[in-house]
Design a protein around this ligand. Structure first.
Ligand code: C5P
Length: 222
């Protein structure tokens, strides 16, 4: 008989890629299948949590039994997350948020009349950082970092800047890690350094290990 480690806890997971409109038929986005975030939502649900999945574009169906909030842009995702923040115990930010969005969205399809065109981009807010600034000490924030180099250094920088309690870093250049795959290879950090270096495993197994760590740290009065 398995213990339900997150029984009654409120867990919000962001997943998928944000879509930043250029015009009615075009957009900017990031590589993300949504699989890692969806696996976390599914596993948290199985562990007894009340799960809200705030999702951008993803290539798979949402797990059953979770509350799904569909969003398109980073600004919409930010609003969806912040408006639901007070009741959460855990916030897990697995979404691939576009760093920039077009400064203007054309109302009609842009015509290819010019030989060259320039598009001005403006920076999106950092949702994880906004959560980090607003969260209560009892709320646990987990961030993700997809890197291609200097994993440890970049992970520590992000952990501090976004005030995450845990940061899951993956080297997306590694075989079996990152975008679109059903497996992942991650290292989990906290402010003290490396907590766990997990071998190649399914995204479901990564989710289970991560959530076991989260459950262990909840309510330990940080
Ligand atoms: O800085 P970077 O995008 O690598 O950080 C990744 C982490 O920050 C992820 O947890 C991601 O969901 C979150 N993030 C965010 N808002 C952004 C950019 C990233 O919440 N605008």
């Amino acid at each position: 008989q398995e213990k339900r480690l997150l029984e009654g806890k409120h867990v919000l997971v962001t997943a998928g890629a944000t879509v930043e409109r250029i015009d009615p038929v075009r957009y900017l986005t990031n590589d993300s299948s949504g699989k890692m975030g969806y696996a976390i939502a599914e596993e948290a649900q199985r562990m007894g949590a009340n799960v809200t999945l705030v999702t951008g574009k993803a290539s798979i169906a949402a797990p059953a039994g979770v509350t799904v909030v569909k969003v398109e842009s980073a600004l919409e995702m930010m609003e969806a997350v912040l408006s639901r923040l007070p009741e959460q115990d855990v916030i897990i930010k697995a979404a691939a948020v576009a760093d920039y969005r077009p400064a203007e969205q054309a109302e009609h399809k842009i015509k290819k009349n010019e030989d060259e065109m320039t598009m001005r981009l403006v920076k999106n807010p950092d949702i994880a950082q906004a959560v980090g600034e607003r969260k209560k000490p009892s709320q646990l924030l987990v961030g993700f970092a997809a890197e291609t180099q200097h994993l440890e250094t970049f992970a520590q920088e992000k952990l501090k800047k976004k005030r995450c309690d845990l940061l899951v870093a993956n080297d997306v250049t590694m075989e079996g890690a990152g975008f679109g795959t059903d497996t992942n290879v991650v290292r989990i950090y906290d402010s003290g350094g490396l907590v766990e270096a997990l071998p190649l495993m399914s995204k479901g197994q990564v989710a289970a290990r991560l959530l076991a760590l989260v459950a262990d740290r909840l309510g330990k009065g940080r």
